[in-house]
Structure formats: C-alpha cells, structure tokens
Design a protein around this ligand. Structure first.
Ligand code: SAM
Length: 217
C-alpha cells in the first residue's frame, strides 16, 4: 500500500518516460509502471546498498524490462532526452537543487520536475524560478503523521509570466488557493508543540498573513 506522499508524487506525473532519482526501495518506480502512469522508468541510486535493494525489489516485482536501474549521482546517469518527467523525492532541498544544477543538458531536455524536498522548500521554489521553471501545482500529503510538500514544475516557455493587472481574477484565485493550502499545513502543524515553535511555522504564519492581506485587498 502506497503512502500519501508517494501517491501524491505519482499523481503529478504528466509524461510516460519518467526518472526516479534516489529511488531507494523503488516504490514510486514500481507504482508508476504498475499503475500505468509510465511506460518507461529510469530508477537511479547513488549508494550501493539501496541500489542493490532497488534492483532486487524491481526483479521481485517482475519489472526488469520496464524499469532501468542505474547506479550514480543524481541526473548524471541520464542522457539528455531520455525522460520527460524527473521525480526527486525524500531528499533535502539543497541536495535537490545541487542535483538539478549538476546536469544542465538533462534538465534542459526534461519537461516536468516533481520535487518533494524534506526541508528548505521555499529555497527550492526560488531555485526553480531562477532556473526558468514555473511551479504549476503543489500538494500537501501526510504519511506516518508527517506533512510533506510536493511541487510540480514545468519549463517556462519564454519569460516568466508577469501579472500586468493587479486586479486580475486569476491572480486572486492563485493566491486564494495557495492561502487555503498553507492554512491546512498550519492547522496540521499546530497540533504539535515542536512544529509550532519551528522556524518553518513562523515563516508559514508570515506568508499566510501576507496572502491574507492580498486576498482581502
Ligand atoms: C530518503 S531516501 C528517499 C527515497 C525515495 N525517493 C522516497 O522518496 O521514498 C533518499 C535516497 O536518495 C539517495 N541519494 C542521495 N543522494 C543521491 C544522489 N546525489 N543521487 C542519487 N541518489 C541519491 C539515497 O541513497 C537514498 O536512497
């Protein structure tokens, strides 16, 4: 049974050729093929232990033909044009950004990124924007009592879109949706005194406050 975090990552996949970077147990890769969301998956691992486990899990699932398992660092084991969607889940935001930066040709050839950073989520969002990617959707998922943020991004075809009219109804809708999502995260976090005293909680409260003002105004 897939947990909510992996289900959420999977639900964002738009294209049939997918890379699962740092695949570890291989649950996402296997579910992508079993669930018919992908026809080809390249599952990668940097470390030998998880790589061996990944290979045997994929063999046990009878998916050797559909999932190509590769040992190596980040996107460096991919060739440009091999996949359209790249998933990187369960790693720190800074590591995810480093992985993206290290293979510009592979990144350039991809059409969608699905990222689930374990921390530094705002920094990851900022990094995506500076690299010319636009966040097209986000989700919040829960697994074993922990809340995770999942980001889907697509390549910005030209220059990033600028809202010329402050009163654009789409802009307001966008902020309203984000506000609702962040309020849900805040409510979940409020249940834990540890989460309530975290820097993330303060940053979240500040962003909710700012969004609230925009939406009222
Ligand atoms: C916490 S696990 C997450 C596994 C899976 N992606 C998930 O979301 O459940 C992180 C995995 O990434 C692998 N990893 C760390 N750095 C990596 C890198 N630079 N390239 C590929 N894999 C990496 C680790 O070996 C580990 O198996």
């Amino acid at each position: 049974m897939l947990d909510g975090r992996i289900q959420s990552v999977m639900s964002f996949v738009m294209f049939e050729r997918v890379a699962d970077i740092g695949a570890d147990h291989g649950q996402l890769s296997i579910a992508l093929i079993d669930g018919g969301r992908a026809t080809k998956v390249i599952a990668t691992e940097k470390n030998r232990g998880p790589f061996d486990a990944l290979r045997s899990n994929i063999s046990a699932a009878g998916l050797d033909g559909a999932i190509d398992v590769r040992l190596g660092d980040g996107l460096q084991v991919l060739k440009a044009g091999e996949v359209d969607t790249i998933c990187i889940a369960g790693m720190g935001g800074a590591l995810i950004c480093r992985i993206l930066d290290a293979a510009p040709d592979v990144l350039q050839s991809a059409r969608q990124l699905i990222l689930q950073p374990m921390n530094a989520v705002n920094e990851t969002r900022d990094h995506l924007r500076t690299m010319g990617w636009a966040i097209d959707d986000e989700d919040i998922a829960e697994a074993a009592g922990i809340i995770y943020e999942i980001i889907s991004a697509v390549k910005v075809p030209t220059a990033p879109k600028i809202f010329k009219r402050e009163s654009s109804p789409l802009r307001r809708e966008f902020f309203l949706r984000r506000l609702k999502k962040l309020e849900r995260v805040r409510d979940e976090m409020s249940r834990s005194s540890c989460a309530r005293s975290s820097e993330k909680f303060s940053a979240l409260a500040a962003e909710i406050d700012a969004l609230d003002r925009i939406c009222r105004g």
